[in-house]
Design a protein around this ligand. Structure first.
Ligand SMILES: Cc1ncc(COP(=O)(O)O)c(C=O)c1O
Length: 367
């Protein structure tokens, strides 16, 4: 019989962590409503499914799974280095880009240090901060969900260790522009490490996008990117960080030795080579974005202009009932209460043309 409550033994900072709630398994929704198909527009995945070239490469390499993966992801780094025009030594390969973000925080942030990031933004940032016992300082975006560089700069204190920029920002799809980033670089103290989370960078159409890629040799910055979105490999958990050699060496000290799988590395290499797939994904996203904007606006809703593969939609009324009705009809979109967004707002991943049309048709039926 246990007499000591296990919670009292856990690190005190874990008390602040709300367990991340992912969407329910699709199979459960099939079963609950007796559906034959479900359209998942809830997790910002690539709606095209994996590239056939990736699937072929995976099939060819299945026999290798009895061996440990190549720990440093040597060949993938070579390919990525050519693709991004950076040195292999400026790359760290991680289990999704969230691991790159996590490693950076673990390497540089001590308990009590402050980590600044926008609100609303990606929900793992506060979780990672609390894991370390850091103080999460959440800086509201402007009313139109754009970044306020002034507010970010005003929040920096002696205790600020890391600034996280989510660019494009999830769940708003808004970006930090080139001139905003330049202003930030000019005024941010050099000792503050920046994480530029660029999970959706490849989708950006704006010419004013402020990726941190041109600046990572001049600043202490980690750029986190992923194969989960435009490359269609969310289930394989593979991403990477781009940083100075000096920073990569520090992060490598705490990277678990076999953090990515051999098949994930194979898939990522094949995905990088399949340019046609990426072009198609961009085209589908761009057209879907225009279509959904037009149709959702016609229905009286308002959409936040997005640079990513999702749209934050203001339904101008409590949306939870609507989301439930869509779910019953096999369409999943995401309310974001944990991000502090009111009940009127939901995030919709841009799907294939057929999926987007089904969403609009079903919304019309419900309304
Ligand atoms: C802003 C942002 N960063 C990072 C990630 C995580 O990507 P990965 O699957 O590569 O860990 C996501 C996933 O949704 C995201 O929205």
């Amino acid at each position: 019989m246990k007499t000591v409550n296990l919670e009292t033994l856990a690190r005190p900072s874990l008390k602040n962590i709300q367990v991340y709630v992912p969407g329910r398994p699709i199979e459960e929704i099939f079963r609950q409503y007796g559906l034959r198909s479900v359209i998942k527009l809830a997790s910002n995945e690539n709606p095209l499914g994996p590239s056939p070239k990736v699937l072929a490469a995976l099939r060819q390499n299945l026999k290798g799974i009895s061996r440990y993966p190549e720990g440093s992801a040597y060949y993938l780094k070579q390919d990525l280095s050519r693709h991004l025009n950076v040195k292999p030594e400026e790359l760290i390969i991680t289990s999704g880009s969230s691991e790159a973000i996590s490693l950076c925080l673990q390497a540089f942030v001590s308990p009590g240090d402050q980590v600044v990031f926008p609100r609303p933004s990606f929900l793992i940032y506060p979780i990672l901060c609390h894991m370390i016992g850091a103080v999460a300082v959440e800086i509201p975006l402007n009313e139109d969900y754009s970044y306020s560089v002034e507010r970010i700069l005003a929040s920096i204190t002696e205790k600020t260790k890391v600034l996280i920029l989510c660019n494009p920002n999830n769940p708003t799809g808004t970006i930090l522009t080139r001139s905003q980033l330049d202003q930030l670089w000019r005024e941010l103290p050099e000792r503050v490490i920046t994480i530029s989370d660029e999970a959706y960078a490849e989708y950006v159409e704006s010419k004013n996008y402020g990726s941190a890629l041109p600046s990572f040799r001049q600043r202490h910055v980690l750029i986190a990117r992923t194969f989960a979105k435009i490359y269609g490999l969310a289930g394989l958990r593979i991403g990477y960080g781009i940083a100075s050699e000096e920073m990569v060496q520090i992060l490598e000290k705490i990277r678990p030795p076999f953090n990515t799988t051999s098949l994930a590395q194979v898939a990522a290499r094949a995905a990088l080579k399949d340019r046609q797939y990426v072009i198609r994904a961009l085209r589908v996203n761009s057209r879907g974005k225009k279509y959904l904007f037009r149709e959702l606006t016609r229905l009286g809703f308002s959409c936040i202009p997005t640079q990513a593969n999702f749209i934050l939609c203001d339904f101008k009324r409590p949306a939870s009932g609507l989301v439930k009705e869509l779910e019953k009809r096999g369409i999943l979109i995401r309310l974001m209460p944990a991000a502090g967004l009111g009940d009127n707002l939901a995030r919709i991943t841009i799907g294939t043309r057929a999926e987007n049309e089904k969403l609009v048709k079903t919304l019309k039926q419900i309304l």
